[in-house]
Design a protein around this ligand. Structure first.
Ligand SMILES: Cc1cc2nc3c(=O)[nH]c(=O)nc-3n(C[C@H](O)[C@H](O)[C@H](O)COP(=O)(O)O)c2cc1C
Length: 368
């Protein structure tokens, strides 16, 4: 079975082709330090058989914080606790990459206490305003990303994943819906990708060319006038040329209606994969490894995606919240589908500051 073959991303040797997609656990301290609770969750995932864990989006600067109890990586002070965590994940025989992010207009201003910033002046859904970034803001953010990547390297992560999906800062620059700048950071695909490419260049200068740098990006925004699959393929080609080790394809933004990144509702196995068509388009032009996330719930579907070369790695988020041991379950021969209902109730405890768990499972057990 291809899913359980050893595989490589950049220099990282993985025990299998299953990836835990980045998941904001809401388990850091209020000051964004890694906690024993978060460490235990990641070790449970490692012991559950996941080949590669992608950490929750960790904020590269305080003003880029998206949510409560989010991990921070803007200061060296975060390194010791993160190092203790990556050591334990490695002992449990998995690999871990840190996702690094700046939330842009989607920063939670009630937490940051600052006006958020993005490609242009923007009114958010909650009526708050996001200011247009100056070039000095762009330069400072590029520096923040590369300093964050260097800290992740020192903290023992096997690589970093730059978050350029879901409408956060770098994603909003890629998208003509959010980015209507008239300077060299707006307009053509190349211009919209410029900020991300500057971030990548700066990261490589900080961590060296051997440290794997991955990117998560949207297959499409599913917004009128947003990033299309054709733009995505052209952008991915630029990222490949820049030296990126792998792309994880996701999609949507908080404004994309039914096509938000974590779509609600279970699909039949025939319809399970959200971005299958976009993945096929990616594969016609790009040869770096493709990690595919979104709605995958059945082992046979995962195995087929790999056998048909639609993608190279299978990424799961919500199923592993409910079943951290899912991959070992499938490996043992019990290949019944993931029990996750994709009802998105897992967001509720995170937003209440309690840290992630499957609320549906707790209710089924009659505990809560
Ligand atoms: C509770 C929760 C937290 C998430 N946090 C992140 C995150 O930190 N970074 C990210 O790129 N995506 C995040 N996502 C999106 C997932 O990584 C994934 O792209 C999406 O849920 C679709 O995959 P799934 O159908 O396997 O859940 C999150 C999703 C959920 C449900």
């Amino acid at each position: 079975m291809k899913a359980f073959e050893q595989a490589k991303i950049g220099g990282i040797i993985l025990a299998n082709r299953f990836v835990r997609s980045a998941t904001w656990e809401g388990m850091a301290t209020e000051k964004s330090f890694c906690t024993p609770e978060l460490t235990q969750l990641l070790v449970r995932l490692a012991k559950g058989g996941v080949g590669l864990i992608i950490s929750s989006h960790s904020t590269v600067s305080p003003e880029g914080q998206a949510g409560l109890r989010q991990v921070g990586i803007w200061s060296d002070a975060f390194i010791p606790k993160l190092k203790a965590m990556t050591d334990l994940v490695h002992e449990a025989r998995s690999k871990i990459v840190m996702q690094i992010n700046h939330a842009g207009c989607r920063a939670d201003t009630s937490l940051t206490g600052e006006v958020s910033m993005g490609p242009m002046l923007w009114e958010n859904e909650d009526g708050t305003f996001c200011r247009e970034m100056e070039r000095s803001d762009i330069r400072a953010t590029v520096e923040a990303f590369s300093a964050a990547a260097r800290r992740a390297q020192i903290a023992g992560f096997d690589g970093v994943q730059v978050h350029a999906a879901h409408g956060y800062l770098l994603s909003s620059y890629l998208s003509p819906y959010f980015n209507k700048r008239r300077d060299e950071y707006g307009g053509t695909v190349e211009n919209r990708a410029r900020f991300l490419l500057e971030v990548l260049q700066s990261i490589f200068a900080a961590v060296g060319s051997k440290f794997p740098v991955l990117v998560k990006m949207n297959a499409a925004d599913f917004l009128e006038g947003g990033l299309t699959a054709t733009d995505m393929v052209q952008t991915a080609m630029l990222l490949e040329k820049a030296g990126v080790a792998a792309i994880e394809l996701s999609g949507g933004t908080s404004l994309s209606g039914k096509c938000i990144p974590s779509r609600r509702g279970r699909l039949s196995p025939e319809e399970e994969v959200y971005y299958k068509e976009e993945a096929k388009q990616f594969k016609t032009k790009v040869s770096m490894p493709l990690i595919l996330v979104g709605g995958i719930r059945t082992f046979a579907v995962a195995e087929n995606l790999l056998q048909e070369n639609i993608c190279d790695f299978i990424s799961l988020c919500r199923p592993l919240i409910r079943e951290p041991g899912l991959i070992n379950r499938w490996k043992s021969g019990d290949i019944s589908p993931a029990t996750c209902l994709s009802d998105n109730l897992c967001y509720r405890p995170i937003r209440e500051g309690k840290g992630v768990y499957c609320l549906t499972e707790e209710r089924e057990k009659g505990v809560k």
